[in-house]
Design a protein around this ligand. Structure first.
Ligand code: FES
Length: 83
């Protein structure tokens, strides 16, 4: 389990990476909730892969079905002038 933040300390950043033609990779202290606010069991994992192709049998988690269905998506963020 991740350590809680100290009072006044900024929350740890969660990083979300869009995997080419695949899932969203989410890293950080994660609490994953359904629409009604009920938590999914994540067993303290700090990295999750969330389906974005819509074909996983274990949604919201990726089960690798994106490859079977030929999901293609390769978005890129626009370059930032000061990056
Ligand atoms: S992104 Fe992997 S199963 Fe949908």
């Amino acid at each position: 389990m991740p350590a809680p933040n100290e009072p006044g300390e900024p929350p740890a950043a969660v990083k979300i990476k869009i995997v080419d033609s695949g899932p969203l990779q989410v890293k950080g202290p994660i609490e994953l909730l359904d629409h009604d606010g009920r938590p999914y069991p994540t067993n303290g994992r700090r990295t999750l892969f969330l389906c974005r192709c819509g074909h996983s049998a274990t949604r919201p988690f990726c089960d690798g079905s994106h490859a079977r269905v030929g999901f293609e998506s390769t978005e890129r963020a626009a370059e930032q002038p000061d990056a």
